[in-house]
Design a protein around this ligand. Structure first.
Ligand code: FES
Length: 122
């Protein structure tokens, strides 16, 4: 089970939710299910409006670091991931700090998801 805490100036207080292991919902869907409003538009990984910053908490191995091709391209166009970070994610399983909530599926990590509330503002 993943413990995910959403943190944003738009929230009255941080919201912590539990994602069941094996759940294939994106972080955006998980947020919506829990009335956390992360800005979004396309839901396809194209627009970048659902940009989030991910801080992993210690204790569990990082697992959900697979980036879709669209997510890689969009994060690069936003200047939020480098080619070296992509290689590090794919080769060394080092998670990048920024993700797209509509593409990112949490597995079994505990993390803080931060967003400003502005589209693409992480
Ligand atoms: Fe457009 Fe996520 S909503 S990239």
């Amino acid at each position: 089970m993943a413990i995910i805490t959403f943190s944003s100036p738009t929230l009255h207080r941080d919201v912590t939710v539990y994602a069941t292991a094996g759940d294939t919902k994106t972080v955006l869907s998980l947020a919506e299910k829990n009335d956390v409003r992360i800005p979004h538009d396309c839901r396809e990984g194209d627009c970048g409006s659902c940009l989030i910053e991910v801080k992993y908490l210690a204790g569990k191995p990082k697992m959900a670091i697979d980036l879709t091709d669209k997510e890689k391209a969009t994060l690069q166009s936003l200047g939020r991931i480098t080619a070296a970070q992509i290689e590090d994610a794919e080769v060394n399983h080092v998670a990048p700090p920024f993700r797209l909530a509509c593409q990112f599926i949490a597995r079994d990590e505990d993390m803080i998801i931060a967003f400003t509330g502005e589209p693409g503002g992480a």
